[in-house]
Structures are given as structure tokens and as C-alpha cells.
Ligand binder design. Structure first.
Ligand SMILES: [Mg+2]
Length: 247
């Protein structure tokens, strides 16, 4: 095939996401609880019960789920849902509107700083460097990592935040937006991602080739155009197979 462009999912494709999500979730919530308690104490307010006692981490998650149900358009915009949930909880905790804004912003800044402490697989840097010399590259994520904030970001002239554009994958729009900006067609593009529902199905329906990163050993035959890989490090072999050119 004549391949012009490659689009990449980020979380669990270029790095393992579970550990960083757990550390981010706990880390920013503990930070908010601790800093807020200190701030209230300095102002001579009791701060009792503590914020995280009044709203344990599970209730934060329930709050976000309820908001996603109430605002279906924003269901994939995780940054929006998080901030809105924090604002509502801080208001209920008794802070005035100015303090609500300040603490919600501060907690979100902390969240996003921790969220970007991802560790790409060691092969990824060299892989993207060499692919970038031959193909146009884009990232398409439903998550809230802004690839521009990572050193890897320089490999992606096009970065699509599908949640923030209110069209999370499997919606085809983020794929179409990426392909339009890369000035190519689905038939000349490959998508690389780990989710069957959010990466493989929509890309395949558009007529793209798909590299499905799925380490689970399974002999189920893949539909045409879908190529299962254990790990992103196997991508050069697949490209050789597809294009007949060594990578
Ligand atoms: Mg993923």
C-alpha cells in the first residue's frame, strides 16, 4: 500500500497509563485536601471535617459520573467534568465563589502537572523520529494529556484532543479532522491504538489500516485491515509488511 500518514492514540499505546492515572488521581486530591486545610487554618476557620472527609475520593468520581449523565455533550471532556465537579464540591464545602474558583483552578493545575508525568516506552522516541522522516504524524486522544507538553510532542504536527472537541472516539470526527489536517485520505493512513471500540472500529470503518496494540495472546483471526501487535515496538515490522519498505 501507499502509506502517507500515521495517527496514534496516546494512553496505553505510547505509554502504560494505569500507574500515572492512579498517582495523579490520589496525588492531586491529597494535595487539595492538605493545602486547603492549611489555608483554612491560617484564616482561623475550623476546616473540620476536612475536605476529603466530607468528599472522599469515591464521591468525586460519582460526582463526575452524574455530571457526565446530566451534560452528555461533555461526557468525553474529562477536564471539564473534573473542574466542574470540584467547583460544586468546594461550593458545598462552604467556600465563597472566589475561593471556589481559585481552589478548583489550583487543583486542576496540580492534576494536569501530575497527569503529564508519563513515561513513554523506551522505543518510542527513536521510532517517532524515524517515522516522522517518512510519514506525516498525528496524535488523537480522548484523554487529557496535551502532547505539546511532552518532549514527544515535537513529532506530532497535528494533535487532536477528541474529548475537548466534544467528539470523543469512537466518533469518526477526530479521525477525519486529523486526516484533513495531514492532507491525506483514510486509504493512505494507518491508525495505531489499543482500544478495540475507540481506535480499531472507527478507524476501520473509515477505511484506514489499523495497528491494534493488544498484548493478550489470542488466535482470533483479525478482520481485513486490522493487524494485532503485542507492543508498539513491533510497528516497524508491520510497516515493512504493509509497504514493502524496510523501516
Ligand atoms: Mg488508549
Amino acid at each position: 500500500m501507499r502509506l502517507e500518514a500515521i495517527t496514534f492514540d496516546l494512553d496505553d499505546t505510547l505509554w502504560d497509563n494505569h500507574g500515572v492515572m492512579v498517582a495523579t488521581e490520589l496525588g492531586h486530591y491529597e494535595w487539595l485536601d492538605r493545602e486547603l486545610a492549611g489555608w483554612l487554618q491560617n484564616r482561623g476557620e475550623s476546616g473540620s471535617p476536612r475536605f476529603a472527609e466530607r468528599f472522599p475520593l469515591e464521591s468525586f468520581e460519582q460526582h463526575r459520573r452524574a455530571l457526565a449523565r446530566a451534560h452528555p455533550l461533555h461526557r468525553g471532556d474529562f477536564t471539564w467534568l473534573r473542574k466542574r465537579a470540584l467547583q460544586e464540591m468546594l461550593r458545598e464545602y462552604g467556600l465563597d465563589p472566589v475561593a471556589v474558583e481559585q481552589w478548583a483552578d489550583a487543583a486542576m493545575a496540580r492534576f494536569l502537572a501530575l497527569r503529564h508525568r508519563v513515561t513513554p516506552h523506551p522505543e518510542v522516541e527513536l521510532l517517532l523520529t524515524s517515522l516522522g522522516e517518512r510519514y506525516r504524524l498525528a496524535s488523537i486522544t480522548n484523554g487529557n494529556v496535551e502532547i505539546e507538553r511532552l518532549t514527544l510532542g515535537r513529532h506530532f504536527p497535528v494533535a487532536i484532543a477528541a474529548g475537548a472537541m466534544l467528539a470523543p472516539k469512537p466518533d469518526p470526527r477526530p479521525f477525519l479532522a486529523a486526516l484533513a489536517r495531514l492532507a491525506t485520505s483514510p486509504a493512505r493512513a494507518l491508525h495505531v491504538g489499543d482500544s478495540w471500540r475507540e481506535d480499531v472500529e472507527p478507524a476501520r470503518r473509515l477505511g484506514m489500516q489499523v495497528a491494534w496494540i493488544s498484548p493478550h495472546v489470542d488466535d482470533t483471526p483479525m478482520p481485513p485491515g486490522v493487524h494485532r501487535l503485542d507492543h508498539i515496538r513491533e510497528l516497524p515490522d508491520l510497516l515493512f509488511h504493509l509497504t514493502g519498505r524496510p523501516h
